[in-house]
Ligand binder design. Sequence first.
Ligand SMILES: [Mg+2]
Length: 415
Amino acid sequence: MRRIAHLDMDAFYASVELLRYPQLKGLPVVIGGGRRREDDMLARLRQVHPDYAWSDNNLDEIPLDFFPRISGYTGRGVITTATYAARKFGVGSAMGVMKAAKLCPDAILLPVDFDQYRHYSQRFKALITEIAPLMENRGVDEVFIDFTHVPGGQREGGRVLARLIQKAIFDDTGLTCSVGVAPNKLLAKMASEFNKPNGISIVTEDDLVNLIWPLPCRKVNGIGPKAEAKLATHDIHTIGDLAQRERMWLIENFGKSYGAWLHEASHGQDARPIETESEPVSISRETTFERDLHAVHDREALSAIFTRLCAQVAADLQRKGYVGKTIGIKLRYDTFQSVTRDQTLADHTHNAQQIREAGGQCLKRVDLQRRLRLLGVRVGSLMKLEDWQAQGLSAQETPIQPYTASLFGDEPPQT
Ligand SMILES: [Mg+2]
């Protein structure tokens, strides 16, 4: 019997911040509004309490009144995560920080520290794959896991294994998660919401009518606000309402593939496999020239090739849904000797101009007096685009600078 688990970390970003500041446990805390600058908090602490030796080791001693309150926030930032204490006030993810301030002015506002969340993300995922190797990444804080053939994966419908994984994650990180185990990904994803936080839900095919059909259509991953609104015009509000409609009627009204999918989903059917495809470490493009090129004499040709490679890598990143932070170049000389250089940006990017600009900086650090036979551009330190966007940073906060510097020898114009 197929048993698929969906594991979702509870209020992940906020929970990671509570590991750093345990004195905030039980308080309304929201994460968002901006990015954490290294030692920002410590710098302010040293100003206010100069006689105390503040460091990363005594952050738990920061007095509560020192933490910034949401009420003082003015800006257009968005909340990425709220603790359960804050959710009681109606504050939630994707809400504007200023709107949240009206609902819960005393909430503590902490900036986003994605490096820290990513660290814990890798840690909890490593713990899972030690126990159950077939895991599919769904983002920084959730995964699907195939329990079917894992020893003990069928016991109590998957509850025993789910409990074991929960315990392994909590013992190692201090973080809690919620797990839903079901016959497929579609139902597992819904089930993990049933007992949040720190819960386990077991769903079998027999539970379809009692547990799934009463839920609003929106709970199906794949039915968004638009489809929900259109379904509502046909008086379809719950998954059960949807299941009552004929497959042909759904196809006529929602198209061949989406209509058929709606029918299957409403009956709890989903054959999608767990996709364990490992994530790429880097994305790169390189080209070997038809004839060796010289950095000075063939500057225009090289510059055009370099620009094209950067555009191709940027397009690859965008198509595959990644952004990267480390931009690298690779050269091979006519002697077949290769050199690489890289540069790490302040923020991730999938922008061709930014990649070209950073690559151009790298080119200044190699010998360009020799003939070249190969040129390559590589973007590493990848992050899923959706995770990057989930940091809640508006485009305004990560301005894209127009490209000005020229390549292969010229200095950028002074501004
Ligand atoms: Mg979560």
